[in-house]
Unconditional design. Sequence first.
Length: 198
Amino acid sequence: MDEAEWIRRIQEGDAGYLTPLIERYYAGIQKYCYYRVRSEEESKDLTQETFYRFCRNIEGYTNTGKCRAYLYTIARHLCNDHLRKWSQLPRMETEEAADRGVIWQGGSVEEQVERQALVDELLQSLPEEQRELIFMRFCLDLTFRDIARITGVNVCMVQYRVKRGLILLRRHLERRDSVEQEAADYHRNPKELPLFPH
């Protein structure tokens, strides 16, 4: 049975079909909410509120095959409201995020911590409008079209911002690698490198 049939059955009053719909999207919505608010507890609350609002308005929902985008749109509005209310939210603890596999899974805890720290550093180097779009595209695996629906930005602009964001990330990574290489070279041969750059 496909998603359109689930929604039709739910609209007819068969709440049993909510379960597979929620199970299909719950993890992705929570991952997005966690990325936005950086709090495990708040992300769970916002995810539940997303599905509650969806269910509350299911009668008037017109299924056009865009249920996932609709749910992310609700989640995005809820996260925006939450962030407006609470301007100071706790910063994500990298080790906690990696241990729970919030964004990246696989590998030892140490590898996950390193990977998550790098991803967080790279994403933070971007302007917010690019950061969110890149997270949606590569961490949530949303299509450009879905991202456009969720954010209200046209598809061409989404593609442009993602492309520009990737260019900035590449430059940031190249600079970081260059600094690390210089540091490694200095530790190997400290006398061969000038103490102070000219």
